[in-house]
Ligand binder design. Structure first.
Ligand code: NDP
Length: 322
């Protein structure tokens, strides 16, 4: 089968299309013909070696496709089902083994490209606004990278919960997308973001900052949050944040700092089904809009990574496999 393989860590050019043997499913797996694979920022951390990853490997953890074979111990799935997943390693490929425990049926009305990019970013936005800092109606929150894959979903979910959402973006096109998602104020990173967020809240500061940008925005996030507010550092698109002296949290007003990850918020099948179900239901009934900003053929995975890291993408992006 065709797949993208990484033989050594490095820049986007290490994503090479090649022929590899198809995977062999175990008794608790589904063997799936991949239609589309989701491309996520975390894929770049594994590619560079910023996150530990043995080589060679097939990147990607997210996608959608049609079940070809069902492991002997699996209940509830059958060949021909369309499924999606957020945590099946090796998803940049024509076939992948998806543990049945992490597979979710795709409802009618959700396209393959949307389904392929809904779960990782959608469940992340879901746990951030429902569980990490649960948004309250009337809150003001700040979301960095407001026109990104997570950013657009997070903005809509927070606004639907009754929050006033402030965002940062880098371009006018991204500003328009962020406003359409529900942002009431949209800043550039070199604006006085913390001062303007404080001014918007009558001097108090925001209830929470959702910061997936990291190094470039962390100081702004700490400066923008209200007394006893929460800084949610959930990514490092601009690079990792250097070590933090806990005394800074005191000086900033007894604030909370957390560094969450999706795995800790889908700890069992029940929690996964809850979050995935909420995301798919909202997509199917139109209350949540998922923008697939670009589709690339599988063979062009390197270009997808270049565009993602070069800040040229909006919303989610996917690899079209078949
Ligand atoms: P995005 O689509 O948001 O792409 C990243 C965006 O970050 C860019 O489009 C860009 O938007 C912004 N950005 C700011 N500074 C930089 C920089 N120096 N280099 C590149 N981009 C920059 O990606 P995702 O939605 O996939 O992920 C967003 C963040 O969320 C990532 O940090 C990712 O690791 C994290 N994440 C964390 C999860 C968790 O559970 N902890 C799960 C999923 C994602 P702009 O041009 O507007 O600045």
């Amino acid at each position: 089968m065709r797949a993208i393989e990484v033989a050594s860590h490095g820049g986007p050019d290490v994503l090479i299309a090649t022929d590899v043997p198809p995977p062999v499913p175990g008794p608790t797996d589904l063997l799936v013909d991949v239609e589309c694979a989701g491309v996520n920022f975390i894929d770049t951390y594994f590619r560079t070696g910023a996150y530990p990853q043995e080589v060679p490997y097939i990147p990607g953890s997210e996608g959608t496709g049609i079940v070809r074979e069902v492991g002997g111990d699996v209940d509830g799935f059958a060949p021909g089902d369309r499924v999606a997943w957020a945590s099946a390693p090796g998803s940049y490929a024509e076939q992948v083994c998806v543990p049945a425990a992490v597979a979710v049926a795709v409802p009618a009305g959700v396209s393959p490209a949307q389904a392929a990019s809904a779960l990782l970013q959608g469940m992340t936005a879901h746990y951030l606004v429902h569980s990490t800092y649960p948004v309250q109606s009337g809150d003001t929150v700040l979301v960095h990278a407001g026109a990104g894959g997570v950013g657009l979903l997070l903005t809509q979910m927070a606004a639907n919960l009754g929050a006033s959402v402030l965002t940062t973006v880098s371009t006018d096109e991204k500003e328009a997308l962020s406003r359409a998602a529900g942002a009431v104020e949209v800043y550039r990173y070199d604006d006085d973001v913390a001062d303007r967020a404080r001014a918007f809240t009558g001097g108090d500061g925001v209830a929470a900052v959702y910061d997936g940008v990291g190094a470039a925005t962390f100081d702004t996030s700490v400066a923008a949050v209200r007394t006893r507010g929460t800084v949610v550092l959930f990514g490092a698109a601009s690079g990792p944040v250097p070590p933090v002296d806990p005394q800074r949290l005191n000086a900033a007003g007894s604030i909370y700092l957390t560094r969450p990850s999706l795995g800790a918020y889908i700890r069992d099948r029940q929690e996964l089904v809850w979050r995935a179900g909420d995301v798919f239901t909202a997509l199917a009934d139109g209350s949540l809009n998922l923008r697939v900003g670009a589709e690339y053929p599988l063979e062009e995975a390197a270009q997808a990574h270049r565009d993602l890291e070069g800040r040229r993408t909006t919303g989610s992006i996917v690899l079209r496999v078949q």
